[in-house]
Design a protein around this ligand. Structure first.
Ligand code: ADP
Length: 402
């Protein structure tokens, strides 16, 4: 029997999201989520997708740590005949946020790799520790199985130095590994490829601007399937206006917050990452709420929307300049896939760049990749649902199959 299943784990500090896929046909066998790990009110929601019955099972009660969480997941999968002890399981694919400069490809994790991942924690203190914990726990449950780390930064490793280097003192920057890395890489990789497919071209012949607009948001410029620029930097704070992150600002704002505002580094970190962006501007980070309030005439929601769109437009223009020739702009993630209003506002006025929407097509809701540009437009505008789990499973499976 060929082992074709891949379990994808996305381990956060207090949560684990998972999907079990069968790579023989890229189908999903089960999906689930463990939340509030370490609290009294933890919750495991497991949805089997085999046998026609997609009835979710929910456990509520204390789940002490990531090990208990994964054991809970394994027990649920066993009930559906999909246990982690199955010989059909080929690999476990782990989302790892930061790969630094070392990890630019999916990597089978051994003790050396684990040590290297630990050394990257200072670059992603909020994310990498939980990712590493997830790998360690999965390894303890199935030590014989390949654990494959797939990095959020990897797709951006092809950026030329002119794009990744900050104009900082080189010695200082290099000594501290300060450079632009970029994130959401599995999404940008997947969506840029799917966009080429939608246009009936190969990735090699296609130049795409990908706009990943979720609660976190990033743009990338992809030339011939290769990333040449992206909006997130050393951390996911740079670039677009996000749900709770400021995105770009004058670095001197930070000195001002410290010297004049009397804030500590940790307070500034929290302000820029958690209390800025849409939530800082209008009190809501959910784009649906922002749009609802704006439609009712709420001035601060309208301003938040305008700041968000202004930044987005600037990146579309900048990446058109970086690419020289643009074949498509692709919208993806929660906001990009669902908000016709954001797409409409972002593309309007960009006719000189060859961009124009078809109002009717843009208003349609669908789960399939689709074109929403006007017939006459020189550059395609696409809505392409992202699938980071499928991309992680695809990369992990390709690696273990050789
Ligand atoms: P994450 O970055 O957490 O993975 P998602 O890609 O799931 O985020 O996107 C979450 C965002 O998508 C939220 O801000 C949510 O408001 C937004 N969103 C979801 N549906 C809609 C919609 N119909 N209109 C506007 N925004 C939406």
């Amino acid at each position: 029997m060929t082992a074709t299943r891949v379990l994808v784990l996305n381990s956060g500090s207090s949560s684990v999201k998972y999907q079990l896929l069968d790579m023989a046909d890229a189908s999903r066998l089960a999906v689930g989520l463990v939340e509030r790990i370490g609290e009294e009110t933890s919750r495991l929601k497991h949805t089997p997708l085999t046998g026609g019955g997609a009835e979710a099972r929910v456990f509520e009660g204390p789940i002490a740590d990531h090990k208990a969480a994964l054991e809970g997941v394994a027990a649920e999968l066993s009930k559906d005949g999909l246990g982690l002890d199955s010989p059909e399981l080929a690999a476990i694919g782990h989302r790892v946020v930061h790969g630094g400069t070392k990890f630019t490809q999916p990597t089978v994790v051994d003790a050396d790799v684990l040590a290297e991942l630990e050394s990257l924690v200072p670059l992603a203190p909020l994310h990498n520790p939980a990712n590493v914990t997830g790998i360690e726990v999965a390894r303890s449950i199935r030590p014989d199985l390949p654990q494959v780390a797939v990095f959020d930064t990897a797709f951006h490793a092809t950026m030329p130095e002119a794009a990744w280097r900050y104009a900082l003192d080189r010695e200082t920057a290099d000594a501290l590994s300060i450079r632009r890395y970029g994130f959401h890489g599995t999404s940008h990789a997947y969506v840029s490829r799917e966009t080429a497919k939608l246009l009936g071209r190969t990735p090699e012949e296609t130049n795409v601007i990908v706009l990943h607009l979720g609660n976190g948001a990033s743009a990338s410029a992809v030339r011939g399937g290769v990333c040449v620029d992206t909006s997130m930097g050393l951390t996911p704070l740079e670039g677009l206006v996000m749900g709770t992150r400021s995105g770009d600002l004058d670095p001197a704002v930070i000195f001002h917050l410290a010297r004049v505002g009397g804030k500590s580094v940790d307070e500034i970190d929290a302000l820029l990452n958690k209390k800025s962006g849409l939530i800082g501007l209008c009190g809501d980070n959910d784009q649906r709420e922002v749009e609802r309030r704006r439609a009712e005439g709420d001035a601060s929601a309208a301003l938040a929307f305008d700041v968000y769109i202004h930044r987005l437009k600037k990146y579309i223009g900048a990446y058109a300049a970086v690419l020289g020739r643009v074949d498509a702009v692709a919208f993806t993630a929660g906001v990009g896939e669902n908000s016709a209003t954001v797409r409409e506002a972002a593309i309007s006025g960009l006719e000189e760049l060859g961009l124009a929407l078809d109002g009717e097509r843009n208003a349609v809701r669908a789960d399939e990749p689709r074109l929403v540009s006007a017939e006459y437009a020189r550059v395609a505008v696409a809505v392409v649902p992202t699938d980071e789990e499928l991309e992680i499973a695809t990369q992990a499976y390709a690696l273990v199959r050789g």
